[in-house]
Each structure stands twice: as structure tokens, then as C-alpha cells.
Design a protein around this ligand. Structure first.
Ligand code: FAD
Length: 208
């Protein structure tokens, strides 16, 4: 998770899992799976009754492409979540929308974003003309430790840690050019909500 959360939280998550007996085989990959074992590329054989494969997802855009909708690693939508075909909307994992917070066209695979976009798309089908300007949010639960993440930072030039990550009490800010793009937190829910509000206000200030 270092790509998304940076080295401090990634290191914490790794040690948290190790405390629970998880053994990581980093920089290795499965080469073969037989009924009893997983064989890795480096030649390790791991006994296994059950294998859980997490390989990510790729949006299925073929139907949209064949229908002539504009796509770019997802279905392109405008601020109203309307596709390039008037009256056709897309929401959730498949939609790439102009995010007013990062100023970029982003696609996010998270539950709350899909839920909120569904609401906005439905309202807009009824003619309400609402812009989707919610700050993206997700949580990630590891044993008894919830990590809340608000905002969207694919790249950053600074990570600011307030509190103590190892003590499970922290707020981590991801910044680019001095501006906070996203905030991750552990057991600091109020601070996380305040950060969400700040991100919402920043976007309103930039638009006005
Ligand atoms: C293992 C896993 C863990 C996750 N954990 C988290 C988490 O901890 N926190 C979080 O925020 N998010 C998490 N997510 C992401 C979250 O589940 C998704 O972001 C969310 O479900 C997206 O909703 P959606 O409606 O856009 O897409 P989906 O839930 O994928 O719904 C799309 C639906 O469209 C249907 N469909 C596809 N093609 C067609 C077609 N041609 N015709 C008709 N129907 C079609 C599919 O069958 C599916 O039911 C997780 C996802 C996975 C897979």
C-alpha cells in the first residue's frame, strides 16, 4: 500500500500484519498453484489450503466503446456524471470524472464514491443538474485498526505526520506544492472530518 499511503503507513501496516503472524514474500510472485501448494518464482513452495488472489481490477469499457462513448481507462463523464452521449450517465468504479479538488480527471474504486456518484447521477437523470464535488473517501480495516483516507493524492512531494503512527494515533497529510491533497488517519475521526471540510472549502474557494 506504499503507492497510496506512503512509506510511514505502509511500514506500519506491514508490521501490524507481521504481529498477527503474516509472513510477506515481497519481490516474489506466484509461478504455479497446485492443489496443495503455491510455488513462487524464487523457488519457494508454500503449503496452502486456500489461496486468495488480489490482482486488482480493470474496468470493462468494451460495451461503452462499442456504443460510441468517450473512454479513457474508464468511461469519461463531465461534472454532472454525464457521458459524451447526452442522457447517458456513468457512476462508480467505471467513471472518470473531473475532480474539482485535485483539478484532474480521476477514477476511484471505492465504495462511498460509488454510492455518492450513484445519488448524483440519479438526480441528474431527473434534471437536477448537480455537479459531483464530493471529496473522495475510503477506509481500510486491518484487524482492529481502521485507516480513514479522505482526498485523492496519486503523487505528492511531502508527507507530514502529526501524532504517532506506531501508537495508532496519527493524521498523515499528503501535500503537493504546499497544498494538502489528501489526509489519512488512525483513530482521529474528528480530525479526518475536519480535513474533509477543509478540502471541500478549498475547492469552493478555487471555483469562486
Ligand atoms: C475485494 C474488494 C475489497 C474492497 N474493499 C473496499 C474497502 O475496504 N473500502 C472501499 O471503500 N471500497 C472497497 N472496494 C471497492 C468497492 O467495492 C467498489 O468501489 C464498489 O463496489 C464500486 O461500485 P460500483 O457500483 O461502481 O461497481 P460494482 O459494485 O462492480 O457494480 C457493477 C455492477 O454492474 C454489473 N455489470 C457489469 N457489466 C454489466 C453489463 N454489461 N450488464 C449488466 N450489468 C453489468 C456487475 O455485475 C456489477 O453488479 C473493494 C472491492 C473489492 C473487489
Amino acid at each position: 500500500m506504499e503507492r497510496i499511503l506512503g512509506p510511514q503507513l505502509a511500514e506500519f501496516i506491514r508490521s501490524l500484519h507481521e504481529e498477527h503472524g503474516v509472513i510477506f514474500h515481497l519481490e516474489d510472485a506466484p509461478a504455479a498453484i497446485d492443489p496443495r501448494r503455491v510455488h513462487t518464482k524464487s523457488g519457494v513452495a508454500l503449503d496452502a489450503d486456500l489461496v486468495v488472489v488480489g490482482v486488482g481490477v480493470r474496468p470493462r469499457t468494451q460495451l461503452a466503446e462499442e456504443a460510441g462513448l468517450a473512454t479513457d481507462r474508464g468511461v469519461m463523464v463531465d461534472a454532472h456524471l454525464e457521458t459524451s452521449a447526452p442522457g447517458i450517465f456513468a457512476a462508480g468504479d467505471i467513471a472518470r470524472w473531473p475532480d474539482p479538488h485535485s483539478g484532474e480527471r480521476i477514477r476511484v474504486e471505492h465504495w462511498v464514491v460509488a454510492e455518492r456518484q450513484g445519488q448524483t447521477a440519479a438526480l441528474n437523470m431527473l434534471g437536477f443538474g448537480q455537479s459531483f464535488d464530493a471529496v473522495p473517501f475510503f477506509w481500510s480495516q486491518h484487524y482492529d485498526v481502521p485507516i480513514n483516507y479522505v482526498g485523492h493524492a496519486e503523487r505528492w512531494d511531502e508527507i507530514e505526520v502529526a501524532g504517532d503512527v506506531a501508537a495508532r494515533d496519527c493524521l498523515v497529510r499528503y501535500k503537493r506544492g504546499g497544498r494538502v491533497l489528501a489526509v489519512a488517519s488512525i483513530y482521529r475521526d474528528l480530525d479526518s472530518l475536519k480535513a474533509e471540510l477543509d478540502l471541500e472549502r478549498q475547492a469552493i474557494d478555487r471555483q469562486s
